[in-house]
Design a protein around this ligand. Structure first.
Ligand code: FES
Ligand code: FES
Length: 156
């Protein structure tokens, strides 16, 4: 077992983990952060996307020990003081989801996209989200949601 200490959604946590444990397993199984979901665990679907030191990563593709000392934000840490993050609000307003399974990863990826490109074109949005798969929506309303969030100045 290896001791890791990190910040998750603003809280300091410390745990002994097996070196082979994935970050997504750590978040879900040790911390109960089940808002981060597993769609494939082969780094294809993006459902498990979280932010590691401010950048989006597929947490099924990162070992928990690699997050030692890092700051991790999950979908559960985006809202502030009971207010949805502007990107969460935009997905709600634009109906950017159906079953919702891909939504945590889509939103985390969209927040990262807007932090580096606050005013993306439709093509840039589609490219920025190409690592996140959705079986339900056909992506149309997801793109609209990101455009709407951008128009509201949602950059962080
Ligand atoms: S569960 Fe991580 S990319 Fe699919
Ligand atoms: S809303 Fe169902 S997978 Fe995207």
């Amino acid at each position: 077992m290896t001791r890791i200490s990190l910040t998750v959604d603003g809280a300091n946590v410390s745990d002994d983990v097996e070196p082979r444990m994935l970050l997504v397993q750590y978040l879900r199984e040790k911390l109960g952060k089940t808002g981060t979901v597993i769609g494939c665990d082969t780094s294809n679907c993006g459902a498990c996307t979280v932010h590691l030191n401010g950048t989006s990563v597929k947490s099924c593709n990162v070992l928990a020990v690699q997050a030692d000392g890092a700051e991790v934000t999950t979908i559960e840490g985006l809202a502030r003081d009971g207010q949805l993050h502007p990107v969460q609000e935009a997905f709600r307003e634009c109906h950017g989801l159906q079953c919702g399974f891909c939504t945590p990863g889509m939103i985390m990826q969209s927040v990262d996209l807007l932090s580096t490109n606050p005013n993306p074109s439709e093509e840039e949005i589609r490219l920025g989200l190409e690592g996140n798969l959705c079986r339900c929506t056909g992506y149309h309303n997801i793109v609209r949601a990101v455009q709407h969030a951008a128009s509201q100045g949602a950059t962080s």
